[in-house]
Design a protein around this ligand. Sequence first.
Ligand SMILES: *Cc1c(COP(=O)(O)O)cnc(C)c1O
Length: 443
Amino acid sequence: MYLHGTSKINDHGHLEIGGVDSTKLTADFGTPLYVFDEALVRQRCREYVDAFRASGFKFQVAYASKAFLVKAMCRIALEEGMSLDVVSDGELFTALEAGFPAERIHFHGNNKTPQEIEMAIDAKIGCFVVDNFVEMQMLNAIAAHKQQKVNVLLRVTPGVEAHTHEFISTGQTDSKFGFDLGNGSAFKAIQEAAQLSNLELLGIHSHIGSQIFEVEGFQMAADRLASLAVKVRSELQVTFKVINLGGGFGIRYVAGNTPLPIAVYVKAITDAVRENFSSNDYPLPEIWVEPGRSIVGDAGTTLYTVGTSKDIPGVRKYVAVDGGMTDNPRPALYDSVYEAMLANRATEESQEVVTIAGKCCESGDMLIWDLSLPKVNNGDILAVSCTGAYNYAMASNYNRIRRPAVVFVKDGQADLVVKRESFNDIVGNDVIPERMKLTSTRV
Ligand SMILES: *Cc1c(COP(=O)(O)O)cnc(C)c1O
């Protein structure tokens, strides 16, 4: 397993993260356990902010909170000079509860409810990223009713789709998100937004994919947004202050994933925006980006206790851990791949190839196929790396399994930031109707 950030093997032959022995973490907090290397999260934030500072552009780096949001994470984002993207009332509530400044919160999503819009306007958030015509009219009407003018970006589908090493220029009209650039709907949306008196149109936004390892997709998106901006300026006399190029910056889950340094992505984006806008005598806009995975992904490690195993001679050996798709649904959802090691026997040679299964009643509940490990014993601690993004955030109570605790580790100290769910959390919202009271049981 590749050792990210402060992770290392200590003198006891144990995995250590943030200066804390993983066997101490599991003894103190139990398993499964999400562990975040706080220094690495902060380092990733700084890589973005520092690279933008060096570019001379005005900027906002908005952490895409859907990747992993808890109150303590809001504090880190705040301390590191980030803005915050939210996509629901729950994320907005979390951010506000944590004291995150509303003016640095951006609200995304393709189906914001009237209640969410009201809540966000009342909180005085910084910007709405408007996704479609229905939302635009609804937002304007609610803002008018509240006698407010709200900042908006319009989400444009630029016809660039990027995934890992491939980026494709597509018509890509068939997306649930955004105003299509190719079929003229983006231009129409801008025209409409500019005329709505309770919207302040700051600019346009695009998000071209996820787990992207190349700069070309971002450069192509910047080029297309710039062309649109230039056309809008000459035909509608509307000048954008902000160009938002979204997120999707890749991370290393396994060997073969080759993300570029964050500064390289940022330089490619700032260079592309400078070129495309200044060559058209366009006042240089602010640049906003929205990294999620690349802020928290490689800083997360999940620790499990090994339980049972099943050896099918000549076929495969399954080793089960005390979590699974409930704490990490990504392998089941997307065939995502992960690396892992025995955290309590980190220096031992590999002796067998096993498949790591979860404990859920679902054959698809697999975490890692064909993993080389030392001879695995019941009670060993399995560490799976790179689980910081879209793991806790996507965790569920399937099989009424309680969601794990989350700890932040830094400089030898471990702090609980989310408690392990209790049995009462599991049944706390259940209601037994009066007519089902125990006395009505048939005997
Ligand atoms: C998911 C998302 C992001 C973050 O994507 P990552 O791949 O986690 O960096 C940013 N912007 C928008 C609009 C998104 O939907």
